[in-house]
Structures are given as structure tokens and as C-alpha cells.
Design a protein around this ligand. Structure first.
Ligand SMILES: Cc1cc2nc3c(=O)[nH]c(=O)nc-3n(C[C@H](O)[C@H](O)[C@H](O)COP(=O)(O)OP(=O)(O)OC[C@H]3O[C@@H](n4cnc5c(N)ncnc54)[C@H](O)[C@@H]3O)c2cc1C
Length: 275
């Protein structure tokens, strides 16, 4: 049984796009549709792909991003570069029109990405880069467990849509309150066995729910993403207590409480880096 995920590389492209629609699938998530000719050829073939999104400097309104040159990508000269990672939720291309949906968690005005998304309107410019590559589905998995907060609902949505119907999906969602449950379509809800936990009810529920799943079989793949410190005990349980191999568990800290622009390449648990 192999749960290794193949990789695909994509040419790195910088794309200038414009907001063409804004909606709220849940009160704390802004769905921004981006359009533009430069989206032609956009590729995202893995459920956990991300694009780097470049935002205007909130104090000047100036949007600074790298540029494509004949010798490759060149850093922007001057200006403040503000970028964050986001999941390409959906891409559509028809009749010469290209549209990319990204779901932004709106968590206040402290973060420039959240502040931008919270007040984005049609016509606003943005720059995206990537995805540089994709990690494909674990082709031999018969069961996938998704553990996610709001920031990883887009990735969860992609897992649900991409996995063959023969694969059983169990999901544990850690969200603000019941209003977030409207995030998934009816078809997606039917596709998974989901449990929802509300942060207002306190911490520790996710770990209890993960433990309650019991034995994790060798053909089960576990994807965990969200606030990094919340994932630490969950990852420790899976990797150290159950002894699951690295190829069976993908734990990605999508953000870290109190840290601006947290680097998701850093180990989520600095005392126990990935082996
Ligand atoms: C691979 C990958 C894919 C991602 N996909 C998505 C996605 O599709 N949608 C999405 O919304 N996010 C996604 N994220 C997470 C997103 O990049 C971070 O939440 C990012 O820090 C937001 O930037 P910001 O400017 O709003 O806040 P920052 O300037 O980075 O942080 C400012 C403050 O806000 C806090 N903060 C950051 N994010 C949150 C949050 N979600 N809730 C509460 N407080 C927060 C920080 O801890 C800090 O104290 C993804 C991250 C990765 C690594």
C-alpha cells in the first residue's frame, strides 16, 4: 500500500487580475472571483495547491509585485511587497473568459489580506503567482480524513471534489460557529461524514474527535490544516502515539495565532520537526 502523493510542476507565472464578483458563502468568508486574460493557462491539479496573492499597501494603495523578465522572475523595485498564501478554490475558462475563485477568511483589519478581502469590490486589482506545483491525490487511499478550520475549508472542498467516489471521507471541522456549516454544497455534504466543532465551546474537541475515530488503517490518508498550534497535539497523536508514517499524514499550519505572515514551511511543532 502506498499513500505517496506524486508531484506535478507548473511554470511560475505572475498574473494581473481584477475582482469580478464578491459574495459571502458564510458570514466570515469572502468569496472573491478574479478575472482577466492573464489567467489563461492557469493550472491547479492538487487539492492542497496554493497561490501567492499580492495585495496593495493599505497605507498607500500601491500594489507591488514581482515581475516576469526574459531571465525569469525579478523582485519588485521599490514599494512594499505584501503577499499571503491562498487556495485556488475553483477555476473556470470558457469563451475566452477566465475566472478564479478564492475564499478569504475575514478575521478583522489587522491582517492586510483579511482587510483587503473584507472590503474588496468589483474592479479592484490584484496579482497572483503560482501554483508552482501540485501534490496530487494519494492514489491508493480508500479513506481520507480531513481536519480543518475555516482557512482550510477551500482545500477541503477541493479534496471532496477531486477524490473518487469510492474513497470514504471523514471530516472534522473546527470553526467559529454554526453559520459556517453553510459553506459546503448539498452534494459535498452528502459526500462526507462530517462533524462540526465550534471554537466558542472551547478547545480540545478536535483531539477528542480524532481519538474517537479509533484505529487509522494503512490505506487512510489524513490531511490537517489550520492554525498551527492547534494542530500540534493532533499531529503528535497521529505521528508519535499511533506511529503513522509521514506519507500518511499531511499537517500544514496555514496560520499561527499572533504571528504576521506565518511561514507554513516552518515545522508546526518546533520541538518535533517532521522527520
Ligand atoms: C497553503 C496555504 C493555503 C491557504 N489557503 C487559505 C485560504 O484559501 N483561505 C484563507 O482564508 N486562508 C488561507 N491560508 C491562510 C492565510 O494565508 C493566513 O491566514 C494569512 O496569515 C492571512 O493573512 P492576513 O494578512 O489576513 O493576516 P496576517 O497579517 O498574516 O496576520 C495578522 C494577524 O492575524 C492573525 N490571523 C491570520 N490569519 C488568521 C485567521 N484565519 N483567523 C484569525 N486570525 C488570523 C495572525 O495570527 C496575526 O496575529 C492559507 C495558508 C497556506 C499556507
Amino acid at each position: 500500500m502506498t499513500l505517496e502523493r506524486d508531484s506535478a510542476k507548473h511554470p511560475l507565472v505572475i498574473r494581473h487580475v481584477t475582482v469580478s464578483a464578491v459574495s459571502r458563502p458564510t458570514p466570515n468568508i469572502a468569496r472573491i472571483t478574479l478575472s482577466g486574460d492573464e489567467l489563461q493557462g492557469f493550472i491547479s491539479s492538487g487539492p492542497t495547491d496554493h497561490v501567492k496573492v499580492f495585495f496593495p499597501d493599505p497605507s498607500t494603495g500601491e500594489l507591488t509585485a514581482p515581475v516576469m523578465t526574459e531571465s525569469g522572475i525579478s523582485k519588485a523595485k521599490g514599494g512594499v511587497v505584501i503577499s499571503r498564501d491562498y487556495t485556488p478554490l475553483g477555476f473556470r475558462s470558457a469563451d475566452g473568459q477566465h475566472e478564479l475563485d478564492i475564499d478569504f477568511v475575514v478575521h478583522g483589519d489587522e491582517g492586510p489580506a483579511s482587510a483587503w478581502a473584507g472590503s474588496a469590490s468589483i474592479g479592484d486589482p490584484l496579482v497572483i503567482a503560482g501554483p508552482r506545483g501540485s501534490k496530487l491525490l494519494p492514489s491508493e487511499a480508500t479513506h481520507v480524513v480531513l481536519v480543518a478550520d475555516e482557512t482550510a475549508l477551500p482545500a477541503s472542498s477541493r479534496w471532496i471534489d477531486m477524490l473518487p467516489t469510492s474513497v470514504h471521507i471523514t471530516a472534522l471541522f473546527d470553526v467559529a460557529d454554526p453559520s459556517v456549516e453553510s459553506y459546503f454544497s448539498d452534494d459535498q455534504k452528502l459526500r462526507m461524514s462530517a462533524e462540526w466543532f465550534y471554537r466558542r465551546d472551547g478547545l480540545g474537541q478536535l483531539e477528542a474527535a480524532l481519538r474517537a475515530l479509533g484505529e487509522i488503517g494503512e490505506s487512510t490518508f489524513v490531511f490537517l490544516a489550520g492554525e498551527a498550534t492547534t494542530l500540534v497535539p493532533l499531529r503528535r497523536y497521529l505521528r508519535r502515539e499511533l506511529g503513522l508514517p509521514k506519507k500518511q499524514v499531511a499537517a500544514d499550519g496555514y496560520w499561527r495565532r499572533g504571528i504576521t505572515n506565518a511561514d507554513h514551511h516552518e515545522p508546526i511543532d518546533p520541538t518535533d520537526p517532521e522527520d
